[in-house]
Design a binder for this molecule. Structure first.
Ligand SMILES: Nc1ncnc2c1ncn2[C@@H]1O[C@H](COP(=O)(O)OP(=O)(O)O)[C@@H](O)[C@H]1O
Ligand SMILES: [Mg+2]
Length: 410
């Protein structure tokens, strides 16, 4: 066996199938069947031990079905590519298997030339993944140069989440308009709808798509630029990409915090700014998102309950070890005639409010109803436009400062 050979593990509960496929592949010089397994559990164990390039996976098996086994393998042995083999008519299963992270699928009985093509294609992908893994050392601090230490991560994008413990304070309004302001050809932006059940980012931008975050999370370990490109909505008017919330609220249940975080981490490779609009409240998913953020924009309003909530939130973020420098506070829906001024709130919370965005229903309401974020209109001279521009300037500054800190710490 040479290094170029594609190694294959066959997982199927039928003796005959395992034998037949092994026989079929025997004559193909670049493909080596390294082992077989007759149950899902055994398949996972052998995949871990052998790190095969490709697993041919049956769906219906007695102890653990192929979908669960696929999920486990792609989680534990991310470079291994899984090809599902199933009897005809199982399209629903196959779709689920693909969502669980399978690379490809074929109906049984597989024709030998097709099978070989599919194995080689998946095998090639596995080799690429292994190569990639060999070059990236997770958590590597940085490389020391004459000019100081450049973090290995500094070439990566940043995750900026927009959060508020209260609904209706303007998270989505701010997230969408901030995305538009930060986007440039040389600093591309993706906005991810982290409000999984009732996300409305796409609506705020007058887009709709059947694709959503749930098409990425199951394959969080095996993302590539093509998949992201396929799932993202390309907002033509601004150039911003959108990863929307699932079309049905119940689909949100399939997403776990760690999966979402993995997707965000991957998006940092493709975009300079990964903006996450979050759900109101504090689910595990939102906590994981905040924890994975390089910067958190905490949105507050001008009423006492919002301010009390913000105070609790600041304490919680501190408890989560999210440093003060990572939290940018903005006040939305500001009205001059209300005596609770941003300065007072800053003092009270011991955290500066860096951007004040006025209440301006004349601009905001039509923008939301038309699905055209107001920063696409000429609002730069208006207070609301200035507020968003101030916020985006602050986001850039804070990220730069945090980057400097990383450089000097090392
Ligand atoms: N600065 C503002 N001026 C006037 N209305 C606003 C402003 N910001 C948000 N709104 C309105 O408040 C409502 C809630 O905003 P939204 O961004 O959906 O909040 P959240 O995402 O925090 O729930 C929307 O109808 C929006 O039009
Ligand atoms: Mg919202």
């Amino acid at each position: 066996m040479t290094e170029q050979d594609y190694t294959v593990l066959i997982v199927d509960d039928h003796d005959d199938t395992r034998k037949n496929i092994s026989k079929l592949l025997k004559f193909e010089s670049n493909i080596k069947v390294v082992d077989t397994a007759s149950t899902g559990k055994e398949g996972i164990k052998k995949a871990r031990e052998l790190t095969p390039d490709v697993v041919l996976m049956d769906i219906n098996m007695p102890d653990m079905d192929g979908i669960k086994a696929t999920e486990a393998i792609q989680e534990q042995v991310p470079s291994t590519q899984i090809v599902i083999l199933s009897v005809q008519g199982d399209t629903n299963y196959m779709r689920r298997a693909m969502l669980a992270g399978a690379r490809d699928f074929m109906t049984k009985p597989a024709k030998s030339d097709e099978l070989i093509t599919v194995i080689k294609r998946a095998g090639q992908k596995a080799k690429e993944e292994k190569e990639k893994a060999a070059f990236t050392v997770p958590g590597q601090a940085g490389v020391r140069t004459k000019y100081g230490t450049t973090s290995q991560l500094s070439g990566f994008g940043k995750v900026i989440s927009v959060y508020s413990p209260k609904g209706g304070v303007g998270k989505t309004t701010i997230a969408t308009n901030l995305a538009i302001t930060l986007h440039r050809d040389e600093t591309p932006v993706v906005i991810v709808d982290g409000n999984l059940q009732f996300g409305d980012v796409a609506v705020f931008m007058n887009e709709r798509s059947k694709n959503s975050i749930v098409d990425l999370t199951p394959m969080a370990n095996q993302l590539d630029p093509e998949v992201v490109d396929e799932v993202a909505i390309h907002h033509k008017a601004s150039g911003v990409d959108i990863i929307s919330a699932p079309p049905h609220p119940e689909d949100a249940d399939t997403v776990t915090g760690p999966q979402l975080v993995k997707v965000l981490e991957y998006l940092k490779r493709l975009y300079t700014y990964v903006i996450v609009d979050t759900a109101t409240g504090l689910s595990d998913i939102t906590l994981d998102t905040l924890d994975a953020s390089d910067l958190v924009i905490l949105v507050t309003a001008q009423d006492i309950p919002s301010i009390i909530n913000s105070r609790m939130m600041l304490a919680l973020l501190r408890a989560l070890n999210i440093s003060k420098g990572k939290i940018v506070m903005a006040m939305n829906r500001f009205e001059k005639q209300i005596s609770i001024s941003p300065e007072k709130v800053s003092k009270n919370l011991n955290h500066k409010i860096v951007a004040v965005i006025p209440e301006d229903p004349q601009i905001v309401m039509p923008a939301v109803n038309r699905g055209v974020p107001f920063m696409l209109d000429d609002v730069k001279s208006k207070e609301i436009g200035k507020g968003i521009l101030k916020l985006s300037a602050q986001v850039r500054d804070s990220l730069n400062e945090l980057e400097q800190e990383i450089v000097t710490e090392n």
